[in-house]
Design a protein around this ligand. Sequence first.
Ligand SMILES: Nc1nc2c(ncn2[C@@H]2O[C@H](COP(=O)(O)OP(=O)(O)O)[C@@H](O)[C@H]2O)c(=O)[nH]1
Ligand SMILES: [Mg+2]
Length: 358
Amino acid sequence: MKVKKFIGDNMTEAVNKMREEFGRDAVVLHTKTITYGGFLGLFREKKIEIIGAYDDSDQASNANKNQSVSKVEEVQPEVSGETKIYKATIKKPQLTTIESSISPVKELYQGLIESEISPELASQIVNSACNEVKDRQLSFIELRERVIAKIASYVKTVEPWDLDGTQKIVALVGPTGVGKTTTIAKLAANFSLVAKKKVGLVTIDTYRIAAVEQLKTYADIIGVPVKVAYTPKELQTNVECMADMDLILIDTAGRSQHNRMQITELKRCLEGFNPEVHLVVSATTKYQDVVEIIEGFKDVGIDRLIITKLDETRRYGNMLHAAIAANVPIAFLTTGQSVPEDIEVADSGKLAGLIVGE
Ligand SMILES: Nc1nc2c(ncn2[C@@H]2O[C@H](COP(=O)(O)OP(=O)(O)O)[C@@H](O)[C@H]2O)c(=O)[nH]1
Ligand SMILES: [Mg+2]
């Protein structure tokens, strides 16, 4: 079996390249949209990458005498909705098709449960989508469109800051290890290097030397100033020192939603200058925990959500629970460890599609 990666401006170009090299019997095993450059997922240049395979073994050529590769069939949607996995299906003689007897309502409900949406919320969504049309039964596709629209109406999103003339002070808060510091680096790089804004960083995560070093390293690479604050007073002074910055990003230490003292301390640190507070939660966290995290951080005053690590799961129901529990817009999504690429502006429709597993 020969396997190789082919890249084209579109699917046809990539497949033609594969066929030129592997011949017409080659099959596409995997396709993926790859992106270059751009700003927060916007204006990125897209290309299609495919993994092509050609079975040149003797066994394969014998088998091919009786069976033919009939079609390339989509089998599994992936992370961003942009990646699809394909497999070649072998046409077998006398293959019978078994019609699915499951109703569209049940199938969609089951899909929402598999996305890790609570049974109560899943039935509420499906029921209200059905109730919109009383006089006839909806097809699966019609019902799914309505479910997506319903979910999109719950998942509010927001445009990135325009930073024209007004200074924005933003603090990222949340549990440990969710990606606060990495997300600050991605935002700093996008706004400073791409949007050409003046960005300053301040950290109050002084509990671990490594945390300060991590942010300083990113700041050095990106070429933005960074300050370290050990007390709420120092934080205020540092923020005041950055009066000429368009955007000040404040990194904080991971806090547990169950630790009242930590939450109160964080609140006291931030209340002096009223930053826009972004709660960072991971798409890999169970929805019950996400709801508890949101409840725990509510005292700090949550203005926006950032959802990280979309690349680490295929079940996105917790984002819906997060959006409903926090009742604030989702600002950004992160999709990997790479700085600055793996971040994008959240979009309700795309999120709703991911949640229903499109
Ligand atoms: N897979 C994945 N990993 C991420 C993402 N964002 C951050 N990480 C990783 O998560 C780990 C913790 O990140 P860090 O920014 O230090 O988290 P913090 O403790 O909240 O500041 C690091 O290994 C990051 O590279 C993401 O979107 N996807
Ligand atoms: Mg950190």
